[in-house]
Each structure stands twice: as structure tokens, then as C-alpha cells.
Write a protein that binds this ligand. Structure first.
Ligand SMILES: Cc1cc2nc3c(=O)[nH]c(=O)nc-3n(C[C@H](O)[C@H](O)[C@H](O)COP(=O)(O)OP(=O)(O)OC[C@H]3O[C@@H](n4cnc5c(N)ncnc54)[C@H](O)[C@@H]3O)c2cc1C
Length: 487
């Protein structure tokens, strides 16, 4: 959408194809954070920053992956991101922040108000105003390329058959990630990871496949964000997610958020935290166990349990704790989930804000019944685990990292939890002009990529970078493609 809008701003005739019945993709289900350096919002808050510092700090989020990262392209991204934020604000979007997220040396995270759907609503309105043609339920299947020459068009599948579209200036691929693309994941990842579902069921890696079919090179396809354990979604979206993305309301909320007392803001953030953030692994290292719908343990909880959950009935599990452990996770520094340095959620927050994933009872049998699991099985599981924990028997799953036994009532179950792949880092090799390159590094004329399609070898660990990149690369690709004259 950013690419289409930027191209339309240059006077290009634009056709946007979307495979679903509505616009939005993964962007619309995201939290909406946009991380950037040297923004006008930072400046207004008196924060001195530098895009090169930002580039360096991104590299500190996951040092083992840094050698695989495309630092040069990332530098181009960090230099451009603040202009994208300005562009979005000029379109009518409001942001709250900046919030800190170490190891970023200064606060850089800007959160769109009221939620990520605002990006979609605002860009949609602008596209319509510019006369862009939006074709829903058009799934792009393949690109047409003249031998080793330019890309000249595409074919899309619709309910009424195939449609071919000629592209005079170019095609920009922005078809999202492959978190749920079993076929493409299986080619690059071990089975135990490839078979884990993506949070967005429609993120099937179409763009990656379509470009590869005409000779484009894919980089870092083995790098994915997850699998990660998360609580199932609440029955109702939290208040902030339900707010309509109306520009006037966003303006009012943006101002109101600046004036809200910190405790009120923290409370709002906690509600989002318990909805979206994953439970910390320290829960398991300090003694929590996982049981499946049959009330049985199934893995060493201290060793990547996220890989075992997808093989359980209904692909779900429950985290079991007793009072001793719940007390530990009721105060700093032991939180159940966090958005680092912004807010921390403890057991009492889950009890208060996520009653749908919190159960408590004075006996293990009662607890089991309250979550619909066989009471005898849970009692036996706890008994066996406590024996292993006390060194009286060998743990059948090889667990050696135990906390104290789980024997103090009340007993607590958090869940259901599931494992998901959140997003993916692999993408097409691209130039700093968003042009797609082949394995020899040669430009495929007329083909551009943005967002998760055009990752170009970058690995964007840390919050707010994927949206900032999707919108920055889209804005640049649209502008550049619109200026291209056909070969
Ligand atoms: C729960 C969650 C929270 C997140 N929160 C944040 C956050 O706060 N900040 C952040 O930076 N990142 C966040 N991310 C990651 C981020 O949202 C995504 O990486 C980013 O939005 C991807 O943008 P995109 O434009 O590449 O893809 P998308 O937004 O997925 O857009 C791709 C579009 O292409 C369409 N499409 C796919 N294939 C075809 C085809 N063959 N033909 C036609 N159309 C097609 C899709 O339906 C979709 O509408 C989050 C991810 C998740 C899952």
C-alpha cells in the first residue's frame, strides 16, 4: 500500500492486487510500533540521535545472527526511516512515544494511535483519493519476464479465472512473509520448525516463490522469528484494538496519551502486554511445567518446549504453577511477560486482565476440571514430576533444570498456549533502490520488492523494525518504480 501510494504521488497509474477480500495483511494484526532514529517526535522530546547509532544498536539485539546481516542495506533503512515517519504523519497518522527498548541507546519506538489498523485505513483512503485501482481477491501467481530482460506483467487468480496485467513501469512485490508457508519453509528449515503455524494464516510466502521462479535470489530463508509460545487470543480484542482508525479520534487520542498520568498509561500498556506478549522462558527455568489436553507432560520444559507443543492434541498446552512459584512471578525481577523497559506483566495482571487464560484452584484435581482436563491425569503428572524434582526418580523427558516441587496450593494454570512463528526474516536480494537482484547480483529490470519480500539479507530483530522497513521500502520502491522508463 505504501508503494502504491508513493507511486501514485508521482503520477503513476497504479493497480494494487490483494489476494484476500480485505486489505491489511500482517501489518493490520500487528501492535503497530515503528522504530526510527532522528524523528521529529524524538527531537520534540529533546532526544539526540543518529541513524548510524541506530544501525549499530539493531546489531546488538541478536549478536549470533549479526554476521549474516546486511549492514549496508540496514544503514540505508535507518537513514530513511525518519522520513517515512514524517510522510505517514503528513498523511494524517498520529504516533505516541518514543518509548525505550534496550539495547537501543535512546528511545526510538513510536506507536501508531490507536492501533496498526490506522496504517491501512489512512493509506486506503489516500489510495482511493488518488484514483488507484484496488483489486481484491486477486492472488498473483506468476510474473512475465522477457528472457533475461525486464518483468512486463503478471498473472493473478480470481474467482472468475486468471487475469493478466501488463506493467509498463514495473511490478513491486510486497506480499508479506512466509510464517505459514509450509511448502517454502520446508525447503529451508528443519521439519520441527517448518511445521509450526504462522500467526497470520495468509502469510504463505507467495512473493518469495513468484520471484524465485524468474531467477531472483533468496537470502537468509532459514531465519524466522519463532517458534514462540503465546497465549491464545482473547475472545474479544482489547479496547485499543477495537477503536476505529478515524483521523480525528487518532488526533484526540494522541494528545490525550501525552497528558495521561504514567500509572494510567502503564495500565493500558499492560492490557496490550497480556494480549500479545509471550510468557518468559524463566517461568520454566524456575520450575513451571507444561501439560497437554490429556493432563500429561510431554517435554523437557527447560529445553525449547515451543517445538513440542505443536505435536500435542489441538496443538495446545497449559503452564502449571503452584503458589510458591506464582509468588515468585508476582514481583520484579520475575515477570510473566514484558515489552522491555516499557511495561511488565505479573501473575496478578494475568488474573485480572486475562481471566480466559488464568485458572486457580486449591487442589490439582479441581484445577484440572476447571480447564477441562482429566483430574486423575493431572494429579499423577504432578506427583511424578515432584518425585523427579526431588531426585527420587529420573525425569522421563531428561529435564535436569528443576525448581522446587509444585506442591503448595493454590495451583494455577496459564493457558491454553500455542507455538507460533511470528514472522520471517528471509527475503529477496535487493539493491538500495529496492530492485530485485538475481544470484549474480544483476538487477532484474522492472521488478522491485518491499517489506518481508524485500528483506535483502537484513535481519530485523527488535520491535518496530518490520513495519518501519515495510513502509520505508514501500515508499522508496513506489517512488523509484514510478520514475522508471520501460526498457
Ligand atoms: C502479532 C504480530 C505483531 C506484530 N507487531 C509488530 C509491530 O508492532 N511492529 C513491527 O514493526 N512489526 C510487527 N510485526 C511484524 C510486522 O507486522 C510485519 O513484518 C509487517 O507488517 C509485514 O509487512 P508486509 O507489507 O511485508 O506484509 P503484509 O502486511 O502481510 O502485507 C502483504 C499483503 O500481501 C497480500 N498477499 C500475499 N500474497 C499475495 C498474492 N499472491 N497476491 C496478492 N496479494 C498477496 C497479503 O494478503 C497482505 O495483505 C508483528 C507481527 C505479528 C504477527
Amino acid at each position: 500500500m505504501a508503494a502504491a501510494l508513493a507511486a501514485a504521488h508521482q503520477g503513476a497509474e497504479v493497480v494494487l492486487l490483494e489476494k484476500r477480500g480485505q486489505l491489511g495483511g500482517t501489518t493490520s494484526i500487528a501492535v503497530g510500533s515503528f522504530t526510527a532514529a532522528c524523528t521529529s517526535i524524538q527531537k520534540a522530546a529533546g532526544i539526540d540521535d543518529d541513524p548510524e547509532w541506530h544501525n549499530e544498536d539493531i546489531g546488538k539485539f541478536n549478536p549470533p545472527l549479526e554476521p549474516k546481516n546486511n549492514r549496508a542495506l540496514r544503514g540505508c533503512f535507518t537513514r530513511q526511516a525518519h522520513e517515512t515517519l514524517r510522510w505517514l504523519m503528513d498523511l494524517g497518522l498520529e504516533f505516541h512515544g518514543p518509548s525505550p527498548e534496550p539495547p537501543n541507546r535512546v528511545p526510538r519506538m513510536h506507536n501508531v494511535v490507536p492501533n496498526a489498523k490506522a496504517y491501512i485505513a489512512v493509506m486506503h483512503r489516500r489510495l482511493l483519493a488518488h484514483g488507484a485501482e484496488i483489486l481484491l481477491r486477486h492472488q498473483v501467481q506468476r510474473l512475465f519476464r522477457h528472457e533475461d530482460g525486464p518483468v512486463v506483467g503478471l498473472e493473478a487468480r480470481t474467482q472468475d479465472g486468471a487475469v493478466r496485467i501488463r506493467a509498463r513501469r514495473g511490478v513491486i512485490l510486497a506480499a508479506g512473509d512466509y510464517a505459514n508457508g509450509l511448502e517454502i519453509k520446508s525447503q529451508y528449515l528443519p521439519d520441527e520448525v517448518a511445521t509450526v503455524e504462522g500467526i497470520n494464516p495468509d502469510a504463505t510466502g507467495d512473493g518469495h516463490r513468484i520471484a524465485r521462479d524468474i531467477g531472483a535470489e533468496l537470502l537468509n530463508m532459514d531465519v524466522v522469528y519463532g517458534p514462540e509460545i503465546r497465549f491464545v487470543a482473547p475472545p474479544r480484542a482489547p479496547f485499543a484494538q477495537l477503536l476505529p482508525a478515524n483521523p480525528l479520534l487518532a488526533k484526540l487520542l494522541g494528545k490525550a496519551m501525552d497528558l495521561l498520568p504514567k500509572p494510567v498509561l502503564q495500565r493500558m500498556l499492560k492490557r496490550l502486554l497480556v494480549t500479545w506478549q509471550h510468557p518468559e522462558v524463566s517461568l520454566f527455568h524456575k520450575g513451571a511445567i507444561l501439560v497437554n489436553r490429556n493432563g500429561q507432560r510431554f517435554t523437557d520444559e527447560a529445553d525449547r518446549p515451543e517445538l513440542a507443543i505443536p505435536r500435542q492434541p489441538d496443538k495446545v498446552a497449559y503452564i502449571l504453577l503452584d503458589k510458591k512459584l506464582a509468588d515468585v512471578f508476582s514481583a520484579w525481577p520475575n515477570f510473566v511477560s514484558t515489552a522491555p523497559d516499557i511495561a511488565y506483566a505479573y501473575m496478578q495482571d494475568y488474573k485480572r486482565l486475562r481471566a480466559d487464560v488464568y485458572a486457580e484452584a486449591t487442589t490439582a484435581a479441581e484445577l484440572a476440571r476447571s480447564i477441562g482436563v482429566d483430574a486423575g491425569a493431572v494429579e499423577a503428572t504432578l506427583g511424578d514430576y515432584n518425585q523427579a524434582c526431588l531426585g527420587k526418580s529420573k525425569d522421563p523427558f531428561g529435564r535436569t533444570d528443576f525448581g522446587p516441587p509444585l506442591d503448595a496450593p493454590p495451583f494455577i494454570a496459564l493457558g491454553p498456549v500455542k507455538s507460533w512463528i511470528v514472522t520471517t526474516e528471509g527475503g529477496l536480494r535487493i539493491s538500495e533502490k529496492m530492485e530485485v537482484l538475481d544470484a549474480e547480483g544483476v538487477v532484474i529490470p522492472g521488478l522491485y520488492a518491499g517489506g518481508c519480500n524485500g528483506m535483502g539479507g537484513m535481519i530485523l530483530w527488535g520491535h518496530g523494525l518490520h513495519i518501519a522497513w515495510a513502509l520505508t521500502s514501500g515508499r522508496l520502491a513506489g517512488r523509484i518504480a514510478a520514475g522508471r522508463t520501460a526498457d
